[in-house]
Ligand binder design. Structure first.
Ligand code: NI
Length: 397
């Protein structure tokens, strides 16, 4: 790993970054319940003397850092977004700052995102006179649920001033500290949740000829759905269809009258999603018709695919090559979902993964896992790199 040059102003707040992150980690709150988290953030933004400090999106927060240089207020505006919510995951760790809220954990690193964003705000606040343009800080609730990003936008974060570029990062337990994962174009998938309910006819297990066995129909449906991606999506496209849950029946000697299946469809384009949904329903309808069952099919898409703007991503890759070194840049899109996508639908921008794994220190967790863990040295790295991006967009250097 290339030694990273972190400026003295960021070195100086290392300990504060860690303590802010640990405070959030100790007090995790799930989507739409980020009340304490919101209070802490608003308090800190006010302490930093930022303008337009206000709650947004019910449990979110925003602030504006206005540059003092000529054209400062009317110059370009860069949005930096951090998400705030924790997960309904019970923490399994012996950390001194482990979650105090039973069954809730920052198991995805959003605590780190908030600490990094507050660090960026602190450094920029101290030198706002030198900024040409402004920076809109957005603390977004409910990334893990649905609607958090939309609610922030509805509360005006993209206007007054008009945001020209949207940026943000996700800490990664998959890539090592000192590495970054970023690519132009589709980078996270659009998630579509579906539920299939099959109605047959119940009966005695010993008299199957008088029944329509919903469990047998469901089994055929699950098997046939495996062909949606393998036979109906072009091999050059990326797509996933997973049936994650199947439920049906009462007991071993009763034929099930109904069965339900829930799952997810992931894709990078609307065209692929539409085609997959159509094919899924056709298969369900066809299998049910063959076995004389009926069905209901419901689906909903909570956010679009996350698409990184090619121009902004080129800029981010250039900054990353200078800071991390070209050999530390990977470009691997994921089929996970991320509602930063909603901001990037409205404004050109870039979202990337920042490495926080450190096997030498025994820090090797998995996202959404009760044993999720990050190398806190990534906090200062995130602040430094975020500052470089913002300064680069505002042409400060
Ligand atoms: Ni996350």
């Amino acid at each position: 790993m290339k030694p990273l040059h972190i400026r003295p102003e960021v070195q100086a707040i290392r300990e504060r970054l860690v303590s802010i992150r640990r405070d959030f980690h100790e007090h995790p709150e799930v989507s739409w319940q980020e009340v304490r988290t919101q209070e802490r953030i608003l308090e800190r933004l006010r302490e930093l003397g930022l303008s337009d400090v206000r709650p947004i999106a019910s449990t979110g927060a925003t602030a504006l850092i206005e540059g003092g240089k000529e054209g400062g207020k009317r110059g370009p505006c860069v949005l930096w977004r951090a998400d705030m919510d924790a997960l309904p995951v019970p923490e399994k760790s012996s950390l001194s700052f482990a979650s105090r809220n039973e069954g809730v954990m920052h198991a995805c690193g959003h605590d780190a995102h908030m600490a990094i964003a507050l660090g960026i705000a602190e450094v920029l606040a101290a030198r706002r006179e030198s900024l040409r343009g402004s920076v809109r800080m957005v603390f977004q609730p409910a990334e893990e649920a649905a609607g958090g990003a939309q609610a922030c936008i509805a509360d005006g974060v993209l206007e007054s001033p008009h945001v020209s570029t949207a940026l943000g990062l996700h800490i990664s337990a998959d890539i090592p500290i000192g590495a970054i994962n970023v690519a132009p174009g589709p980078f996270f998938a659009a998630p579509t949740a579906f539920r299939i309910t099959i109605e047959g006819r119940g009966g005695h297990a010993a008299a199957p000829h008088q029944s329509i066995d919903a469990v047998v129909v469901a089994a055929h449906v699950v098997t046939a759905l495996q062909t949606v991606v393998s036979r109906s999506v072009a091999p050059s496209e990326s797509a996933v269809l997973t049936v994650g849950k199947v439920a049906g029946g009462f007991r071993g000697n009763v034929i099930a009258e109904s069965a339900t299946m829930t799952g997810t469809i992931r894709s990078y384009t609307d065209a692929v999603r539409t085609a997959m949904l159509q094919r899924t329903e056709e298969i369900v309808a066809g299998v049910c018709a063959a076995f004389q069952a009926t069905y209901a099919f419901e689906q909903s898409t909570s956010c679009p695919p996350l698409v990184n703007d090619p121009g902004v991503t080129e800029f981010v890759r250039g900054e990353a090559a200078a800071f991390f070194g070209p050999q530390s840049i990977v470009a691997v899109p994921t089929m996970g979902a991320e509602d930063m996508a909603v901001f990037l639908q409205e404004r050109p921008g870039c979202y990337f993964w920042l490495g926080a794994r450190n096997e030498a220190k025994g820090i090797a967790g998995r996202h959404h896992d009760p044993a999720f863990v990050i190398d806190e040295d990534a906090l200062a790295v995130g602040v430094e790199f975020g500052l470089r991006l913002i300064e680069g967009r505002l042409a400060v250097r």
